[in-house]
Structures are given as C-alpha cells and as structure tokens.
Ligand binder design. Sequence first.
Ligand code: GLU
Length: 421
Amino acid sequence: MSIRVRFAPSPTGALHIGGARTALYNWLLARGSDGTLVLRIEDTDRERSTPENVEQILDALRWLELDWDEGPISQSDRADRHREEIARLVAEDKAYLDDGAVRLRVPEGQTTVEDVIRGTVTFENETIDDFVIARSDGSPLYNLAVAVDDRDMEITHVVRGDDHLSNTPRQLMVIEALGIDRLPIYAHLPLMHGPDGKKLSKRHGAASVQELREAGYLPEAVRNYIALLGWGYDAESTFFTTEELIERFSLERVSRSPAVFDEQKLRWMNGRYLRELDGAELTRRVESFTGRTGLGPAVEISREKMQTLSEFWPMAGFFVEAQPYDERAWAKVMKDGAVERLGLARAALAELASFEPEPIEAALRAVVEQTEVKPRKVFQPVRLAISGTTISPGIFESLAVLGRDTALERIDATLARAKDS
Ligand code: GLU
C-alpha cells in the first residue's frame, strides 16, 4: 500500500508556523516512501476564505520548497459530491433535516481514535450532539467534507495539528455512516508554544512563514528548525539535510508534549546555514532579499557577523550608499579631539600608494602612535564617517571595499558636519 497524505489548510489567514510543520511532516512522509501528497484547500468557510490567502499559502509552501503531487484542490469545487453524500445519508436515515439544516444521528456508545502519536483516545458519544453536516442553504460543513474527501482521495494517513483531535470522533462517525470500511491512520501533532509556554502568536516574534521570510531567514534553516518542533532523531542531532530528514523522519518519533518555537534558536541555526553558503550563493540570497545588485565584496566581509539576511543592510548598506549618522554614536565618538584625529587619518589614507587592508591598517596605526591614544580613538571616528554607526565589519577591510574615493568623500562630509556643529 503506498502512502497518500494530504495537507489541508484553511485559507483564512497566512501559513502559520504550526501549519508549515504539518505540511513538512506530510511532505516528509510522502517523499520518504514514494508516496503522494495531496494539497487540499479547505475553503468551506466562505466568509473567511480568500483567494489572496490561498496564494499566500502556496507561496509559503513554494518558498519552503515543499511541493505537492495532486492539487491544489478546492473543497468548494467538490460541493456537489458532498451534497450527493448528504442526500444519501438522509435517504438512509443516518441524518435528518432540522429546520432546513442536516444533522448526523450520533449513535450510542463510544468512539475510539487510534492515534499514532496520542495512542488510544476514547470519546463518549453522549457528549456529542447530533451535529450539523449541511447548512440550511444546503452547503456542506467541514466534518462532512473532510470525511468524504479523505475517502475519495484515498488518504491513508491523516497528519494534522492536535487542535483537530476533538473533531476526529465526528469525522469517524461520518465515515462510519458513509459505510467506509478503511480508516486512515491518524496522527495528531503536538501543540506549538512560545518559550513562555503560551500558544504561539505574534507576541513571540514571527508567527507565519511569510514573517520568517521577511525577517531574513533561509528556507532550508526554517525547514530544518520546524522539523525539530515535535520530532527528533536522537538526543544529539540538530542539523539535517533534506535528504536526511526524508530518510529519518517517522511519526513514531513525534513527541506528544507541546513543541516550543524559540526564535533565538532559529536565528542561531540560520546563522550556521548562512555561513555554510558559498560566497556566490550568499550574495545571490542577499541581493534577492535586498533587491540590490553588486553586493559581492560587501557580503563577503559581513558574512561572519550576519545571522539573518535582514541584518545585512543595517550593517553593510553603507557600502552601497551613505547612511544617515546614528546621532547617539556621533555624540559618543565625535568629541575630545576626534575631529583632529579624523583629519590626520584622512591625510594618511589619501597618501597611500595602494588602498588595500594591510597598508590601510599600517597608516591608521601610525596615526594612533602619533596621537598617543588608544586605537579605537582613531578607528571609531573613521568607522562613523564611512558607515554612520560604530558597528561595521572590520574597518580596514571595509575601507578597502569602499574604495579610496568614496571613503575620503565620506570623511570629508563628516569633517564638514563636525565643523558646522
Ligand atoms: N483545514 C484544517 C486546518 O487548516 C485542517 C483539517 C485537517 O487537516 O483535517 O486547520
């Protein structure tokens, strides 16, 4: 029997990190077994489902490089099929009309969910009222649509968030009423919390895939990190290539306890992934993130200090164009003779035969000796002049990458501003 799984997002918002994990786990199951991943858009909630949300979800999946084999199939396109089954249930007296709406007759007894992750979970049927499977306008409701679709699409494994566990007995009742004899295997993934133990939300930083993307994370780092939210291979392993994830992932190793999404850990992991990219690839990523070109040398000297793509511009945008001065840095640096030292540094840099890191360093250190101050008393004004701040990649390399003309121009601008103030 080959595995058929589905990812079934409701397009009522962006793709949440929890949803991305569900998508990833389904994808890993399919790819690890020559199986099939069906993408089903569950848009039975007509008011809250929008085409923009569908597009955003597909976009997030593509960004994470999670491809699907069938779909996207919109549940709303299958409404006739759902109506057919509803009519059949009414004809067989397994469901009935109540003020126009159709309710399923909940049988007596218990309903047991066999869950790979949660184990056996038993529900007393008397706690469940006859529930609505179609509105009075005839439109099918969620639990009915899911059961019919999972059957029609021959889904073998239903892997989804824990919040759906309480829907499962209802879906099993529909399945039973429809006379379906082969049940899918269920696996409900643990809830996702922020580091403070609360349900994951924007309060914890990024909560959707789109936000992670905009925050400058790499898709491969996000994929690796979210794979570990509820699953682990062994106690030590943290970094997995996609091939390793495909090979090693199994539902049996998914934990029951809530997973904790910790953006600091993702950031650390992202930094590792970022530094592993070769120069050309990292440059390509930074350029596509910032929408700029010609960033190669600037990327090369910033790479050790970057953990996300979004950190590039604040740190290295000055290579591309002059940045406004950080006024607090200015106040701290441009005092006690800093202007004179900057003037001396300018003169030394202007005289250099070769504008390379080594001679630049020698020239600036000569100014340090001459003025008898700590090195930073010379380096910081130069740094502020070229970058607008006191944080930049190595000052000698930075000057070399910037080039003499631009460096001197910026120092002149700084000296002029200091004179005016
Ligand atoms: N459409 C549901 C959701 O987005 C998923 C239902 C399911 O996987 O069965 O939460």
